[in-house]
Design a protein around this ligand. Sequence first.
Ligand code: SF4
Length: 425
Amino acid sequence: MNDQTPITTGCSDTPVLKQRGQREVFCGLTGIIWLHRKMQDAFFLVVGSRTCAHLLQSAAGVMIFAEPRFGTAILEEKDLAGLVDANQELDREVSRLLARRPDIKQLFLVGSCPSEVIKLDLARAAERLTEIYNPNVRVINFSGSGIETTFTQGEDACLAAMVPMLPNTNERELLLVGALPDVVEDQALQLLSDMGISKIRVLPAHRVDAQTALGPNTVFALTQPFLGDTHAELIRRGARHIAAPFPFGEEGTTAWLRAIADEFGVDQDMFDRVTQAPRARARKAIQAQAKILNGKSIFFFPDSQLEIPLARFLTRECGMKAIEVGAPYIHGDLIGPDLELLPKGPVISEGQDVDLQLDRCRAARPDLTVCGLGLANPLEGEGLSTKWAIELVFTPVHFYEQAGDLAGLFARPLRRKSLLTGFHP
Ligand code: SF4
């Protein structure tokens, strides 16, 4: 930076448009779809209705051949009417399940709208069941209900519930927090260990006995921007957060790694040696997709909480112009570094008032709209190109090797439109 370079704070001082109206998003049960793949000795028992069971079945349809690690304890009408003791029924279900499946070491009781409506105390149920099955099985509860959570908040609620159970340590360790596909997590671990950072744990780990522990010398880096409650629980346990932009794209990944490298005293030469080749690969892969994205406008409806880091990536690395960036919640401690880098200009909105937001979107007629499944079809019907927010959570998109694929997810609908209309951008 020279003396003439203006100091920019990006969008960090842009007033946030707060909306508190009707919202159109999935509930937190959706998170079970990726969490159950990650935690191989866990079982997620949703205490809910047939609707909850259908949501999981259809969202996880492809998992039908896998050993199931989730299920639903269905609350029938007599439970909802208070005619039977739902706690006794739950205990019976759990006892049957654990007798059949000795491989289960962590049992999550997952609350839903129906269990909340009948005020079934799953925290107390988890305590009671832990006493019965300790030390073989750890029973933890969290809520995935649509009353309390939007879809990525399910993972946040799950990890936040796990933090108080982690053992203490005084070791100086790095904790990576957030469920990533194994291949992506391995890439991050490899880059960090190539820099000489060796004591690394992950949350969630594959297994309960993975030695993930916490203490005053733990520093942690988040890989997902939706982990606000988990962040608060980790701070409560004395761990320290390494704030950084999230590792999306070449720039975000480099800044995220640099923040960790600085914490562990990695010098610039070593950092460059480790990151040079993957950075070059990422830049090249992004450029190939950016040809179609460059100059296009984008509008984000609030959905996954990935919106602000993704807008930063798309504007700075792909040449897009953000019109509105909506997020369900904005945690300054988590996405502050991304907001600082996001070029001024877009409306930053928090929460949702879906009709008003649809009006703004229709008036702006963006080239691409990122939204939930429920809004995508009507908007497509009105001639707008859309991207389903849920795909961004189900697809490997973090770190250098996935940066081109991430840009490609946004380029694809625009390419499809150009093929259908014969209009070549
Ligand atoms: Fe529907 Fe609520 Fe069940 Fe989610 S938790 S599937 S919103 S009933």
